[in-house]
Every structure is written in C-alpha cells, then in structure tokens.
Design a protein around this ligand. Structure first.
Ligand code: GRF
Length: 198
C-alpha cells in the first residue's frame, strides 16, 4: 500500500510527533512524514524532526497570539501543498486554524486533545477534569473545524483518575495514552483513505 503523506504541526515538546515518527520508522504506520512545521522558532518538535531527518520549517505566525495571520495561514497551505501532504496532523499546535487551512484540507486535519471530548475543551483539560471530580478522563482524536477542540470524533481512549492524582500525574498518564491513540488513529485513517496520486 502506498504510504499516506502527512504533515505534522506543533508548537512545543513534540512527544506525539516522536511517537508518530517512531511508528512510521518501525513499519507499524503506513504513512510518510513529509514535513514538520512549527510556529515557534526553537520548539523541541523541530529538533525531533531533525533527529528523524524529516524536512522541517519554522512558520512566522504574525502578530496574533492564538491564530495565524491570513498571510501566514496562506503560506502554511502552500508549504503543505508543496510537500504533497494529504493529512495534516496537529500535535500540540497552539493556534486555531481558519478558512484557508480548513478549505484547503477539508476533513483532512486532525488533532489530539487531552480529555474525552466533548467534555473539557480548551486549555489544561486534565485540570478541568480533576476540578470537576470526574473518575475517568482520557484523550480524543478528532477532525478540526472552526471551533476550538470541536469537530467529528475519530477515536477516544479512557484514562482513570486515581484518588491521589495531581494535575502532573494525571497529565503524564494521559500523555502516555495519547502516544498510543494518535498513531493508531492515523493508521486507521491511512487504511480508510489510502494515498491518492494527485
Ligand atoms: C498534547 O498533550 C495534546 O493533547 C495537546 O497538546 C499536547 C502536545 O504535547 N493538544 P506534545 O508536544 O505532543 O508533547
């Protein structure tokens, strides 16, 4: 089967990116990482891309804090198209994407969020789950749309909240679950929507 060309976008640590690149390298994931792009110049996710010899780039985001300028978002579309990307994987990308990206890649941009969506969208979702007194939370892979942490759910993984959990211990276990769930969800996407020759 032809490998699905993917592009990974992130702003930070890149632990999900690493998990995905490891699964590709081990042959468990029939994808090909064409490019890793970050809106943060010195983000560790770019070092991870270099470590795996994946083309990588910094995208100057422009003056807004939580989104890209329309010019920067247009540039992002161009970079991904030039790389032949057919699935855009958000791995800790801290800016909300808008029309240019959503129109260029309809139902082809996925995200992972550290809660069982639709519960607890937004920042520090593990803290929200703890504060709400939940006994179970988890992580969710979903298509993105114009709303934050919203859009069709692809896969979810539950994580139990233990009686003596702190935000740190809970977050760490959710991230372990994410590193299993995200590559597995991408693998399923690759089976369902094989690479096209376009
Ligand atoms: C993940 O925990 C994910 O749920 C959220 O951003 C975090 C990124 O972590 N969307 P990393 O950069 O993949 O380590």
């Amino acid at each position: 089967m032809k490998r699905l060309p993917i592009g990974i976008l992130g702003s930070g640590k890149g632990s999900n990116c690493r998990a995905i690149l490891e699964r590709i390298r081990s042959g468990d994931l029939a994808a090909e990482a064409r490019v890793v792009i970050s809106d943060v110049f010195d983000a560790p996710i770019l070092d991870i891309a270099r470590e795996f010899s994946i083309p990588n780039a910094y995208l100057a985001p422009g003056q807004f804090r939580t989104r890209l300028t329309p010019a920067a978002e247009g540039q992002l579309v161009e970079m991904l198209r030039e790389a032949g990307v057919q699935l855009v994987v958000l791995a800790g990308f801290m800016r909300v994407l808008h029309a240019p990206m959503l129109q260029a890649f309809p139902q082809r941009i996925i995200n992972i969020h550290p809660s069982l969506l639709p519960r607890f969208p937004g920042l520090e979702a593990w803290k929200q789950a703890l504060a709400a007194g939940e006994s179970v939370t988890g992580c969710t892979v979903h298509f993105i749309d114009e709303k934050i942490d919203h859009g069709q759910i692809i896969a979810r993984q539950e994580v139990a909240i233990l009686p003596n959990d702190t935000p740190e211990t809970l977050h760490a276990r959710i991230q372990i679950a994410e590193r299993e769930l995200y590559p597995a969800a991408i693998a399923k996407f690759c089976e369902k929507y094989p690479a096209s020759n376009v």
